[in-house]
Design a protein around this ligand. Structure first.
Ligand code: BGC
Length: 796
């Protein structure tokens, strides 16, 4: 960790969890094995002894995984799983949830198979399991790795109680294009923030010991660079130079491996023409040889079979290529299960390749203690207990980003609301929709537990709260869009359809707004179909008629507060120009309404900062602050800054600004913070000292932060650098440190950030991580627009 962190209290359970996980901080430093437990000699003696007894078919069975319950991909299989398990042909299952279901299959594996090898049950536990927390993008907006760790802890305990010792999380793909629906599962656009979050998730899930009854093994996904899909279209190809691949995209996966990740998931995309699920450079050269990863790799859903569509061979060929490249388990496709054994028998694949994959899978099963404890006790299902709800509420409150809070003439700033406000009208399709509060990846979260904003506000305001739905989420959408979202009737089944007639409800909302003192609009996009996997969008506005509704209510002249419930940066240009107060609330989880109300009324001062840039227009995408410089404008081009060059031959849009509407790191508070000019502990250091420093600091940058307002608040202090003269050009700014600092009114704290090799290095033209003599500009401030600057030099 290079940030100074402020410890908070999440209650006794959380403190216990965090204290236990802190013991492990040196764990990641042990080369060459990334996970010390998987490298244990005693464990490996057991693995070898078992491997010797296995037939080829039993070995291949360990490399097969099927979904037996909830299905997310095309072609969910209807095979008789009991039979496959009994024959030893199924080493792992996904989407089998609960003690009864998992024990059912486990009894067959343990009692009917020759070698009694337990099944490894995996599940998408993404932001909580039974108790739904905010989506990962929101958690990244807290800039609080401890929040991620805590959410992982709750997810782990709840998953384990449901018989699941393996979670398909964290997703650490860098996402710089919000057209890509899976940005909701990510930590956003930034490598440093993403790496910090990646470590925290792994630590929270795995703790220091996979065999603990409340630890789960992670599957870090989607390896690799899945978030860089061309044009933001899901599953699309990825093309980029190796320095960017390593410096920007691979770092968070590497951080997760260093934190001890037990498994990885290979991605659907190709990278520079080679599919990731058959990519020896990524899966073996980098992951295993360079990083020392010693867990196993599972493919993404059907990704091995889909290699045929990538046109790299027929079934047997692609299965061989995938296995030899370093995929060990085939998720829901059964290509490994059907074609690998024959190829070994005919001499096409050496049996040693299969053995190695089986070893990796068995190591994880042993380390999890599954051979000793294959079953789960049928205990109470954790469903949003008061203590868990309290944790979900506290995390959610940290994730909201106050984008705007301009004073209104005669009223002042609309937020925070005061209890004196006479009449509030709540309007919009997100105001009272429990399901939409959970987000697109709440597989086992139950909407009936979710608190909506309408419920929470009426608890506070009683009769003073007026309500009007305003419009649906989808009315007004193009017919083809509606056809897609209602594919197989699925959207009707999930409540997204039927589409109501909005003209009448918008008129009603306008009338209601006219009788109130202030209007709160809760708008967004449907989580089903529009967000998450396969939720790519070419337009980034509110869906349906919501913008019309917003314009109509603003047209009443009543002051409007906009609460945006969406799992991606939407295009908010009209709103930003016409609405005085905007709160970005993401998909907040089970305690959505309470948490939003706490912030709207100022019981909690907002402290979130954007983990991804919000565009002015979708045509700017991919839009991110850490851009490479251009020759036009040439000098000191911070092209993420607002600027409107009038010269023609510049790197700019004629019809839009270059800058974000709300930039990375942005977020307001109900108080104000001021910064001193940053200082640096020494002006220069020799390159050899920096090269030798690893994670140790060579320079320390410091700044004073003062709360100059009248209420307490938490500021996320951010440090950015720019390498001004490298052999490979470097981004105009890169985040290299952050710290959440809580300050009473008038209070000042000194914040320090260490800088050493880890922060100052870059990938050179030979793709080696390196430091060269140069000058670094350094900024400290409250967003990526920070202007207070110092510099430091690395010399010969
Ligand atoms: C997704 C993965 C997920 C897997 C299992 C795939 O479609 O890409 O993120 O873990 O399904 O549900």
């Amino acid at each position: 960790m290079t940030t100074r962190r402020i410890r908070k209290s999440y209650g006794s359970l959380a403190i216990g969890f965090l204290a236990a996980s802190c013991i492990l901080s040196s764990f990641a430093q042990t080369p060459p094995a990334s996970n010390r437990q998987l490298a244990s000699p005693a464990l490996n003696v057991r693995v070898e002894a078992l491997l010797k007894k296995m037939t080829l078919d039993e070995k291949v069975g360990q490399l097969a995984q099927f979904a037996a319950g909830y299905a997310t991909g095309p072609g969910a299989s209807n095979l008789r799983y009991d039979d496959l398990v009994a024959k030893g042909q199924l080493g792992s299952m996904l989407n089998v949830v609960g003690a009864e279901a998992t024990n059912h299959y486990q009894h067959i594996a343990m009692e009917k198979t020759r070698l009694h090898i337990p099944i490894l049950f995996g599940q998408d536990v993404i932001h909580g399991h039974r108790t739904t927390f905010p989506i990962p993008l929101a958690i990244a907006a807290s800039w609080d790795p401890e929040a991620a760790e805590l959410v992982a802890r709750y997810g782990a305990t709840e998953a384990r109680a449901d018989g699941i010792p393996w979670v398909f999380s964290p997703m650490v793909d860098i996402a710089r294009d919000p057209r890509w629906g899976r940005i909701i599962e990510s930590a956003g656009e930034d490598t440093y923030l993403g790496s910090m979050m990646a470590r925290a998730w792994v630590k929270g899930y795995q703790q220091d010991d996979l065999s603990k009854p409340d630890s789960v093994a992670v599957s870090v996904k989607h390896f690799a660079a899945y978030g860089a899909a061309v044009a933001g279209r899901d599953y699309n190809a990825v093309e980029m130079g190796e320095p960017t691949l390593r410096q920007v995209y691979l770092k968070p996966y590497q951080a997760a491996v260093e934190a001890g990740a037990a498994t990885m998931m290979s991605s659907f995309n190709s990278i520079n023409g080679v599919p990731a699920s058959a990519n020896p450079f990524i899966l073996t050269e980098i992951l295993r040889k360079e990083w020392g990863f010693n867990g196993f790799v599972v493919s993404d859903w059907g990704a091995v079979g889909e290699l045929k569509n990538h046109s790299i061979g027929d079934g047997p060929t692609v299965a061989r290529k995938s296995l030899e490249a370093g995929v060990d388990m085939d998720m829901e496709g059964n290509l490994f299960g059907t074609v690998i054994a024959d190829q070994v028998r005919s001499g096409k694949i050496p049996e040693s390749v299969v053995d190695e994959a089986v070893r990796r899978v068995l190591r994880v099963k042993f380390a999890l203690g599954l051979f000793e404890h294959p079953y789960v006790e049928q205990g109470p299902v954790y469903e949003a207990t008061p203590e868990r709800r309290a944790a979900a509420r506290k995390v959610a409150e940290e994730t909201f980003v106050l984008l705007k809070n301009d004073p209104v003439e005669g009223v002042g700033a609309l937020l925070p609301l005061t209890k004196k406000t006479a009449k509030v009208v709540l309007i919009g399709p997100m105001a009272d929709n429990q399901k939409e509060m959970l987000g697109a990846w709440a597989v086992t979260g139950d909407p009936k537990f979710a608190v909506t904003l309408r419920t929470a506000l009426s608890e506070r305001l009683g009769d003073k709260l007026l309500y009007a739905p305003g419009c649906g989420l989808l009315a007004g959408e193009d017919e083809n869009v509606l056809k897609k979202v209602n594919f197989n009737g699925a959207a009707s089944a999930t409540g997204s359809l039927p589409v109501p007639d909005d003209a009448k409800t918008i008129a009603e909302a306008v009338l209601t707004a006219e009788s109130a003192d202030v209007a709160i609009l809760a708008l967004g996009e449907p989580t089903d179909w529009f967000e998450g996997e396969a939720g790519s969008r070419a337009h980034l506005g509110f869906t349906g008629n919501q913008e019309k509704l917003l314009e109509a209510v603003v047209g009443t002249g009543k002051p409007v507060i906009l609460v945006v419930l969406a799992g991606r940066p939407l295009e908010l240009k009209w709103a930003a120009g016409h609405v005085p107060a905007i709160l970005q609330a993401w998909s907040p989880g089970v305690e959505a309404g309470h948490a939003i109300a706490d912030v709207l009324f100022g019981d909690v001062n907002p402290s979130g900062k954007l983990p991804a840039s919000f565009p002015r227009a979708v045509g700017q995408e991919p839009l991110y602050y850490a851009q490479l410089p251009t020759g036009r404008p040439a000098h000191g081009d911070l092209s993420h800054m607002p600027h409107n060059s009038l010269e023609k031959f510049m790197s700019r849009y004629v019809d839009e600004e270059n800058s974000a509407l709300f930039p990375f790191g942005w977020g307001l508070s109900y108080t104000r913070f001021s910064y001193s000019k940053p200082t640096v502990s020494r002006a220069e250091a020799p390159v050899r000292e920096v090269l030798a420093s690893g994670g140790d600091p060579v320079f320390t940058v410091g700044a004073d932060v003062t709360n100059t307002g009248s209420v307490a608040g938490t500021e996320v202090v951010q440090l950015y650098i720019r390498n001004t003269a490298a052999s490979v050009e470097q981004p105009v700014r890169e985040l290299k440190g952050f710290s959440r600092v809580t300050l009473a009114p008038g209070e000042t704290k000194h914040v320090e950030f260490p800088l050493g090799f880890n922060e100052l290095s870059f990938y050179n033209a030979e793709s080696k991580e390196s430091v060269e003599p140069t000058t670094y500009s350094v900024w400290v401030g409250g967003s990526s627009l920070a202007t207070l600057e110092t510099s430091l030099r690395v010399v010969e």
